[in-house]
Design a protein around this ligand. Structure first.
Ligand SMILES: NC(=O)c1ccc[n+]([C@@H]2O[C@H](COP(=O)([O-])OP(=O)(O)OC[C@H]3O[C@@H](n4cnc5c(N)ncnc54)[C@H](OP(=O)(O)O)[C@@H]3O)[C@@H](O)[C@H]2O)c1
Length: 303
C-alpha cells in the first residue's frame, strides 16, 4: 500500500510572499523542493514537464503567479501564459503521476457587485486582465481534472518584500498625510496564515487520498472580518506606533478617499470578501480575525 511518509512537495514561486512562507511551514510534512523563477520559469512549458517528470512529487504547490495587476492590462499574453496556461500544464503532469495539485487563485475573479461575501458557487466575472488570467488558470485545472485543490485568497501581505503593509509603513515614515481608498472591502490575509492553512489541508488531503476518499475542489481561504484599505492602513499605523520595533513615523493623518479619486489602470472589485466557511467545514479549521493576525505579523516586520 502506498504511504505518504515524507512525501516530495514541489513548490513553485519560492521567493513570493506565499512561496517564501510555504518553504518554512511545510518542512515537517516532507521533502520540500522549492523553485524560484530562475529554476522553474512558468512561461517555459516544456521545462515544467521536465521538472515534474524528474522529481515526481506527491504534491505540487503552485505559489508562482503573474501578480502585477496593473501591468497585466498591457501584458495580457505574458500574464495568460503564467496564470492561465501554466496551471493546466501543472495539472496534466500532476494527473500523469497521481500527484495532488494545490493552486492559489484570487477574489479578482469576481466583479465585486455582490453585497455579501462571495461563496465558491458564485459566478465569476473578472473586471481586469489579471482576474481573467487567474480564472483561466482555475478552469484549466478543473478541465484536466487531476486531484487538485484551488484556494482563492485575497489582500495578501507579509512582513517582508513589497505589499500593502510594507508600502504603508514606508509611506508613514516619509509623509505626514496619507490618502487611502475607503470604498473597497476585503480581508487582509497574512501569507503565513495561507501557508499554515495549506499545510493542514495537504496533510488531510493526503490521508483522504490514501483512504480513497479524496475529492478535488475549489475553496476560499481568507482571514475573518473585513475592512477597507483605509481601515487596514489605520491599523498598520496604530500597531507601528504602539510597537517598539523602531518605526519612526512622520504620519499624522490618514484621509479616506474613493476609488475614483485614485485611478489605476486595472479596475478593482469594490467587494473582495470571500467566505471561508466551506474550507473551515471540510478541513475542520478556524480562520482568525485579520486584526489579530496582523498584530502577530507585526512581531516579524522587517524594518
Ligand atoms: N498578492 C495578493 O494580494 C493576492 C491576492 C489574491 C490572490 N493571490 C494569489 O496568491 C498566490 C501567491 O501570491 P503572492 O502574493 O505570494 O505573489 P508574489 O509575492 O507576487 O509572488 C509571486 C511569485 O511568482 C513568481 N513568478 C512570476 N512570474 C513567474 C514565472 N514566469 N515563472 C516562475 N515564477 C514566476 C515571482 O517571481 P519573482 O520573485 O522572480 O518575481 C514571485 O516570486 C498567487 O496565485 C496570487 O495570484 C495573491
Amino acid at each position: 500500500m502506498k504511504s505518504y511518509t515524507r512525501p516530495i512537495i514541489l513548490v513553485t514561486g519560492k521567493n513570493g510572499q506565499v512561496g517564501w512562507e510555504l518553504q518554512r511551514t511545510l518542512m515537517p510534512l516532507g521533502t520540500i523542493i522549492a523553485l524560484g523563477r530562475d529554476e522553474l520559469d512558468l512561461t517555459k512549458h516544456d521545462r515544467i514537464r521536465d521538472v515534474i517528470q524528474r522529481f515526481k512529487p506527491e504534491v505540487i504547490i503552485n505559489a508562482a503567479a503573474y501578480t502585477a495587476v496593473d501591468k497585466a492590462e498591457t501584458e495580457l499574453d505574458l500574464a495568460m501564459k503564467i496564470n492561465g496556461d501554466a496551471p493546466g500544464i501543472l495539472a496534466s503532469e500532476a494527473k500523469k503521476i497521481g500527484a495532488l495539485l494545490i493552486h492559489y487563485s484570487t477574489d479578482y475573479v469576481f466583479d465585486g457587485c455582490k453585497d455579501s461575501a462571495y461563496v465558491e458557487t458564485d459566478v465569476p466575472n473578472p473586471l481586469n486582465h489579471y482576474g481573467q488570467t487567474k480564472l483561466a488558470g482555475e478552469m484549466a485545472i478543473q478541465a484536466i481534472d487531476c486531484e487538485y485543490l484551488v484556494l482563492r485568497t485575497t489582500w495578501v501581505y507579509a512582513g517582508r518584500g513589497q505589499n500593502f503593509l510594507m508600502t504603508v509603513l514606508r509611506l508613514a515614515q516619509e509623509r505626514e498625510e496619507l490618502r487611502m481608498i475607503a470604498d473597497q472591502l476585503g480581508s487582509p490575509t497574512w501569507a503565513r496564515l495561507i501557508a499554515e492553512t495549506t499545510a493542514h489541508v495537504i496533510r488531510q488531503a493526503l490521508n483522504e487520498k490514501l483512504a480513497g476518499r479524496f475529492e478535488s475542489g475549489l475553496y476560499h481561504l481568507t482571514s475573518a472580518g473585513k475592512t477597507s484599505w483605509f481601515g487596514f492602513a489605520e491599523k498598520i499605523v496604530e500597531l507601528a506606533k504602539a510597537g517598539s520595533e523602531g518605526h519612526h513615523l512622520l504620519v499624522q493623518k490618514i484621509h479616506p478617499i474613493t476609488t475614483e479619486e485614485y485611478p489605476l489602470p486595472a479596475i478593482r472589485p469594490k467587494n473582495s470578501l470571500l467566505s471561508s466557511a466551506s474550507l473551515i467545514k471540510r478541513f475542520d479549521l478556524t480562520m482568525p480575525h485579520w486584526e489579530s493576525v496582523l498584530t502577530l505579523c507585526f512581531q516579524d516586520v522587517e524594518d
